[in-house]
Design a protein around this ligand. Structure first.
Ligand SMILES: [Zn+2]
Ligand SMILES: [Zn+2]
Length: 157
């Protein structure tokens, strides 16, 4: 994980950044609150799996209730916006970030609507507006890269 200052925010769909010198175990323990230091970066209750960014395996999905992670209520985008290209890009993003299909489609529909020349800053800004949340550079960079690859594939015969 790269370094950044810690901010409070919902952190969805991207996961929070790691801190300077923080290893994977310390990162996980901070996100879940297991380290007992109260540095959980979320402004809402999340169950363990969602805290770590493994949204598809949250126990909330198998009958447990109470996890307030936005992944459980993210609305699907306008179906007209989910072209085959957007759907393909969404599938790849969901594989990278353990996101539900609706989120993948919403993210890619929003980012795709900005056009092929949109930079990661524009994508991060748009996603930040849509989700009212922090969106890390690395997440926007991945969204941009996935869209570029899918577009390149669609353009080649
Ligand atoms: Zn979640
Ligand atoms: Zn959850």
């Amino acid at each position: 994980m790269s370094t950044a200052t810690m901010k409070t925010g919902k952190w969805y769909p991207g996961v929070p950044p790691g801190l300077d010198g923080e290893d994977d175990d310390a990162y996980t323990d901070r996100l879940t609150g297991a380290d007992g230091t109260g540095r959980v970066p979320y402004d809402h209750l999340r169950f363990r799996e969602c805290s770590m960014g493994y949204h598809l395996t949250c126990s909330c999905r198998s009958g447990n209730t109470g996890c307030l992670c936005p992944c459980h209520t993210d609305p699907a985008p306008d179906p007209a916006a989910v072209t085959p290209l957007i759907a393909a890009a969404a599938g790849i993003l969901c594989g990278l970030y353990y996101l539900p299909a609706t989120t993948g489609e919403r993210v890619m529909a929003e980012a795709g609507a900005l056009g092929p020349d949109a930079g990661k800053e524009a994508i991060a800004s748009r996603l930040g507006e849509v989700y009212g949340s922090e969106t890390g550079d690395w997440f926007a960079t991945d969204v941009k890269a996935v869209l570029r690859d899918v577009r390149a594939k669609a353009d080649s015969p």
